[in-house]
Design a protein around this ligand. Structure first.
Ligand SMILES: *Cc1c(COP(=O)(O)O)cnc(C)c1O
Length: 218
């Protein structure tokens, strides 16, 4: 697979869903990928990337931004509260706001730094005990908590359970966003981004289909 092929599939899925061309933001998930693969995608002109680890992103993107110009980097992995400050300065978006203590810290930092990444609340749509994210039944209250802190939330994000059909999870997330007046929907990965686009995704997070399989041994 290549960036061009994935972009073509995104455009086709937008069209099939009757959605405007370019209404879906393709986040190329570059976590743990060798630098030459990331550079190739930058050279192909792509400028929106996703990372899971603050430390890895902080070691990689300042230099790549200096060489390639403005690049939007989205944090899509779990965020520890003690890394929130680095994250607010480094990332253009954070997709994993998932608990009041993190929301509180982000609200304080946003005031202090005068800079606010786009923020998404992660929802544990499958209610999996080992997975991060606000439980579906707690989403409305959590969003109200964020609003009370003046923390602007653009949308919701989910990672459906592995090996399950993503369709009902995407539909549930879209319903939660709609009833809370949120326009952003971060959902869909290499295996299901077309399904996500049909369900209204505004941001898809695609890694291995663009870069090839990840090797965690690096
Ligand atoms: C790694 C990761 C992705 C990309 O997964 P692929 O299956 O390689 O496309 C998307 N979202 C999150 C949250 C991830 O951690």
């Amino acid at each position: 697979m290549s960036l061009a092929e994935i972009t073509a599939r995104v455009r086709a899925a937008e069209q099939a869903a009757g959605r405007a061309e370019g209404s879906v933001t393709l986040i190329a998930v570059s976590k743990v990928q060798p630098l030459d693969r990331v550079e190739a995608v930058l050279q192909a002109g792509h400028r929106i990337f996703g990372e899971n680890y603050v430390q890895e992103a902080a070691g990689k993107w300042p230099d790549l931004r200096a060489r390639f110009g403005a690049v939007a980097v989205h944090m899509i992995g779990p965020l520890q509260t003690n890394k929130a400050k680095v994250a607010v300065d480094l990332f253009d978006a954070i997709h994993t706001v998932d608990r009041p203590s993190l929301a509180e810290k982000l609200a304080r930092l946003v005031q202090e730094r005068g800079r606010c990444p786009e923020l998404f609340v992660q929802v544990n749509t499958g209610e999996e005990p080992q997975k991060a994210g606000v439980m579906p039944g707690d989403v409305d209250a959590f969003l109200a908590t964020c609003a009370a802190m003046d923390l602007p939330i653009q949308g919701l994000m989910c990672i459906p359970p592995e090996g399950e059909d993503s369709t009902p999870h995407f539909a549930a997330l879209a319903g939660m966003a709609a009833r809370n007046g949120l326009s952003g929907l971060s959902m869909g990965m290499s295996g299901d981004f077309e399904t996500a686009i049909a369900a209204g995704a505004t941001h898809i997070r695609v890694g291995s289909a663009i870069f090839g399989a990840r090797s965690y041994a690096v």
